[in-house]
Design a protein around this ligand. Structure first.
Ligand SMILES: Cc1cc2nc3c(=O)[nH]c(=O)nc-3n(C[C@H](O)[C@H](O)[C@H](O)COP(=O)(O)OP(=O)(O)OC[C@H]3O[C@@H](n4cnc5c(N)ncnc54)[C@H](O)[C@@H]3O)c2cc1C
Length: 396
């Protein structure tokens, strides 16, 4: 499968590079330092009409995963939080598209795609992250809907969200769950509370909060998919399809770290010469760029496979390889960039340690890199049915 960027995509990339440099970069340090939600960046993304980008023309999008990857790459080159706003909008959209009924799609999708509504997605619980089957939140069948009890953690954007998609095990009349379903829980629903945000070393500006569900009544109309695992499975599959997005963010982050490192070594002197003239430094920079370009090629290919309709094991493996490789590259490149700054790399006066802290987040979210390696190995070894080896939640 091959790919090439169309002339529209190249023009789109140029436009975003300019916007990122002129309007996003000047805000990036402040968002990181204050850890405050960047309302102005949300408005900017709305103005650029990016919330619908990967979705069909019906919602104002391009239907192209490659275009979505180009956008997040350019934005992540200068700022972590701004493209995260896009991801926070895209994940619930993908879930609703995969498992929502016509009424739910009509109720939420157009307003999510326009930026009128915001949402969040919640799987992770105190005792289970990678192992989704370990969730304990219970949705018990009652007349007209469900009563939900449980606790979630790390739900990003929940403090801003108009609704949260919450995963719970469904019980009918026995102690055995009939499966996992996602439920649309709208803000201000009685019994539903969003707790105080985590104080995070990275991914700052976007709050990740615990959720408390105390006998929350959710009507049947807010259950995604039929009762049981079917809807949840299609949501998980559709979110896995979106995995090139996080890989593109990693490529953008790595390229941004290189941008800063290049600027620094060109202006720094030691032993009577410019630091960028030391061969050891030049080779470090060359390795950083080689690794980043290799990751970029994987991301563009992975995204193009999706645009060309690939599915199944070939795609799952490619997406897992691309996520693990690109985020490991981002971590390595950001670490080397801090090294090139010397002591300045540790100082908060310089932006480079922001890249280093955020690179670590990318290796953990949307299925940790160990889980990605399990997927790759399972596919190689033909062991895809072993749940403890593959259970990778692509939670944002
Ligand atoms: C910034 C941020 C935002 C997040 N936002 C959200 C969100 O919006 N919604 C949401 O639901 N969750 C969210 N999460 C949670 C995230 O999805 C989980 O942290 C992730 O799935 C890992 O789960 P865990 O932290 O419980 O680690 P665990 O699953 O407890 O894993 C601990 C360690 O064991 C390793 N491990 C686990 N199982 C295996 C295995 N089978 N083989 C090899 N190694 C294994 C892991 O890779 C990891 O290194 C967020 C996390 C962060 C950091």
């Amino acid at each position: 499968m091959t790919y090439s960027l169309t002339s529209e995509q190249i023009a789109f990339q140029d436009m975003l590079r300019r916007v990122a440099r002129e309007r996003v970069a000047p805000r990036a340090n402040e968002i990181d330092r204050t850890d405050e939600y960047p309302h102005d960046m949300f408005e900017l993304l709305k103005e650029l009409d990016l919330f619908a980008l990967p979705f069909s023309e019906e919602f104002g999008g391009t239907g192209s995963m490659l275009s979505a990857c180009l956008a997040v790459e350019e934005l992540n080159r200068v700022c972590y939080a701004t493209p995260y706003l896009l991801v926070m909008q895209w994940v619930p959209c993908e879930a609703l598209q995969a498992a929502g009924n016509e009424e739910q799609k009509k109720r939420f999708l157009p307003r999510l795609c326009s930026g009128e509504l915001r949402a969040a997605f919640s799987l992770t619980e105190p005792q289970s992250g990678s192992d989704v089957s370990g969730i304990k939140t219970r949705a018990v069948r009652v007349d007209g809907g469900y009563r939900i009890n449980g606790a979630k953690i790390w739900c990003t954007n929940s403090n801003m969200a108009d609704f949260v998609l919450v995963a719970a095990k469904v019980y009918r009349d026995s102690d055995q769950p009939v499966g996992i379903n996602l439920f649309i829980i709208e803000k201000n629903t009685p019994g539903f509370t969003v707790g105080p945000k985590e104080d995070k070393m990275g991914a700052r500006g976007m709050a990740s909060c615990p959720l408390f569900l105390d006998d929350v009544f959710v009507p049947d109309a807010n259950r995604l998919g039929p009762e049981g695992n079917e809807g949840f499975k299609s949501v998980m599959e559709s979110l896995a399809l979106g995995r090139p997005i996080i890989s593109a963010r990693a490529v953008g982050l790595a390229q941004g770290a290189i941008d800063h490192a290049v600027e620094f070594v060109k202006s720094r002197f030691a032993f009577g010469q410019n630091v960028s003239d030391f061969q050891g430094i030049r080779w470090m920079l060359a390795d950083m760029q080689m690794q980043t370009e290799a990751a970029r090629q994987m991301v563009y290919r992975n995204a193009s496979m999706i645009d060309q309709g690939a599915s199944g094991l070939e795609l799952a493996s490619m997406s897992a390889m691309t996520k693990a490789f690109s985020t490991d590259v981002a971590m390595k490149v950001a670490t080397d960039a801090v090294q090139l700054f010397g002591a300045a790399g540790i100082s908060n006066e310089y932006p480079i340690n922001r890249y280093f802290r955020n690179a670590k987040v990318l290796q953990i979210v949307e299925g940790t890199n160990q889980i990605q390696r399990n997927i790759i190995a399972d596919n190689l070894l033909g062991r895809t049915s072993r749940k403890n080896r593959t259970g990778a939640p692509p939670a944002p």
